[in-house]
Design a protein around this ligand. Structure first.
Ligand code: GH3
Ligand code: MG
Length: 538
């Protein structure tokens, strides 16, 4: 029996019911009994059609229903039914009836930036490279590209030589001026494959060259190799030989980044300086070799007992710095106390003599923009001094008292004529929590209602997800109007475009769209992408 016909029919009827409900205004209600019947019928039919995932999802929702509830508020219902909405969308677009648990992108996925004015090539490369689970940003405009380069700090740059207004060499020069210390592999691509061009590329800072037409496999292999070398490079020169943790050089380089991240995210982080107690005595009593061994084991102990996102550096001698991202003063103190306790229980032996070693620590937590790096460091250091003074093997903390955060407000809009997509996007956005940022989300079914809204005109940063093709006013026209408006600089625009619409993408990028996503999109992938963009917008 051909089940597909019935499966399609089932999804069609689910979709039509959902569309009916989702079109209701906020504040309107649905009878709880109708919701029950809807889910019950999905469960029954999906079981018959062997749609295991749909059956489980509907069964799960049925079990969550409150028997005494009389009616549903439409806003709550949208959230409640989201798994069904997502499944319906996936089925319609990908013929998939399972929700995959795995996010498509890994959080630390490499970011590749491609700068080229050939949109067909950009689209193709984006497609291919995204299949490798890399995140790809594309630019046709060199000025915008340079700006985006500094904002996004890609892990690999692919740069065409022939560009409008400015050539790839000039772009390279602008980047190099600001970027001497960073190691970002750059592959130049060009149709001009003569020796002179290649030499010029290398002289101006390119790491690699590939001639057009591009052999995709070769490009992918090159990128893979560059990313691998970047990782090795970052590790090798920045690691302290004796203790195998990051060195002071790397601390000096990376500390500003924690502060920059804080300024954007307002996520507090703690800086901790630790120092072995009476280390001189260890050297004097057991010799320097033993001293070295203690140092090594101390560093390894710390390293293996902190989270992977925490960073540890050898600051000098027997002094180390640990940076705990996303960690409050109290949490940092708790963690250090455990480390002190754990490490002091460790037994060292030298010529049959057992001994133990302790350390002291000073913590300062950055939770206010007014604190400079030097100040933060000095305060952590004076806390360490205090810990030594108060008897050692302890941690002392310092914290600014008046830590009142100002929440940053970010306007977000979704403009799409399709109710299911609007709902999915709104749900994605509402599910995001970006620390110290208040997301002010609104959805619009067409361009004019968005453009005329107060929301669109407000003088605050705005993230706009814009459908390319809409009946009343085309997405590109909306984009153009936004880019011509007085608060154009406030906007970051993500275009949703059709798979085959090269012209539309070309046009969108020319008009200043910041990124595009091809419809149909995978919900989880898009969520990840949006989250990244928002985090970089703060
Ligand atoms: P306190 O508890 O107050 O920190 O006393 P301390 O003796 O640990 O600190 P002090 O600064 O007086 O001495 C640190 C000693 O660490 C001095 C130096 O010779 C030794 N040291 C520094 N680097 C190394 C190293 O790489 N290996 C060895 N074995 N010793 C080192
Ligand atoms: Mg010491």
């Amino acid at each position: 029996m051909d089940l597909q016909k019935y499966i399609n029919h089932l999804f069609q009827s689910i979709k039509s019911k959902l569309s009916e409900w989702l079109s209701l205004e906020d504040g309107e209600t649905i009878l709880a009994e109708d919701v029950y019947r809807f889910l019950h019928s999905i469960k029954g039919t999906s079981g018959t059609l062997q749609l295991v995932n749909l059956m489980q999802v509907s069964d799960g929702l049925l079990n969550k229903l409150d028997r005494y509830k009389k009616e549903w508020d439409i806003t709550d219902l949208k959230t409640f039914l989201f798994p069904i909405i997502e499944l319906t969308y996936s089925h319609e677009n990908f013929n998939e009836s399972v929700i995959s648990d795995e996010p498509v992108f890994h959080t630390n996925a490499p970011l590749i930036q491609i700068i080229d004015d050939d949109v067909s090539l950009l689209m193709l490369l984006k497609d291919v490279l995204e299949e490798k689970n890399w995140i790809v940003v594309t630019n046709t405009n060199p000025d915008k590209a340079v700006k985006q380069y500094f904002e996004m700090k890609p892990d690999c740059l692919i740069l065409d030589i022939q560009l409008p207004h400015k050539d790839g060499f000039q772009v390279l020069q602008e980047i190099q001026e600001h970027n001497e210390k960073h190691f970002i592999p750059t592959i130049m691509i060009s149709i001009k494959n003569n020796k002179q061009t290649r030499i010029e590329a290398y002289q101006k800072g390119a790491d690699d060259f590939l001639n057009k037409p591009i052999d995709i496999q070769e490009l992918v292999a090159k990128i893979e190799r560059h990313l691998q070398r970047k990782r090795i490079f970052e590790q090798s020169v920045l690691i302290d030989e004796l203790t195998q943790v990051y060195n002071r050089k790397f601390l000096v380089e990376s500390l500003p980044r924690f502060f920059q991240h804080f300024n954007r995210s307002k996520e507090e982080f703690s800086i901790c300086i630790v120092d072995i107690d009476f280390f001189k005595k260890i050297n004097d009593t057991y010799g320097h070799l033993m001293g070295d061994k203690v140092l090594k084991e101390f560093a390894q102990y710390l390293k293996s007992h902190i989270r992977t996102l925490d960073m540890i550096y050898r600051y000098g001698g027997e002094e180390f710095v640990i940076v705990f991202p996303k960690t409050t003063n109290k949490e940092a103190k708790g963690r250090i106390e455990e480390l002190i306790k754990g490490f002091s229980q460790k037994v060292f032996s030298h010529n049959d003599i057992d001994f133990s070693v302790s350390f002291s620590a000073g913590v300062f937590t950055v939770e206010d923009e007014s604190v400079t790096m030097d100040e933060a460091f000095k305060r952590a250091d004076s806390s360490l001094y205090e810990a030594k003074r108060l008897g050692r093997a302890r941690v002392e903390c310092s914290q600014l008292v008046d830590n009142v955060y100002q929440k940053v407000i970010l306007n977000i809009s979704v403009v799409d004529d399709d109710i299911i997509i609007r709902t999915i996007l709104a749900q994605i956005l509402e599910s995001l929590t970006i620390k110290h940022v208040e997301l002010n989300i609104k959805v619009f079914e067409n361009g004019p209602s968005f453009l005329n809204s107060e929301h669109a005109k407000e003088d605050i940063n705005h993230f706009l997800i814009l459908d390319g093709i809409m009946p009343i006013m085309d997405g590109l026209e909306v984009l153009q109007k936004i880019k011509q408006s007085s608060n154009a600089h406030r906007y970051k625009v993500l275009m949703l475009t059709g798979r085959k619409s090269k012209n539309e993408i070309e046009h969108a990028l020319k008009l200043g769209a910041d990124d595009y996503v091809i419809k149909p999109f995978y919900v989880r992938e898009l969520k990840e992408r949006i989250e990244r963009m928002l985090n970089r917008m703060k």
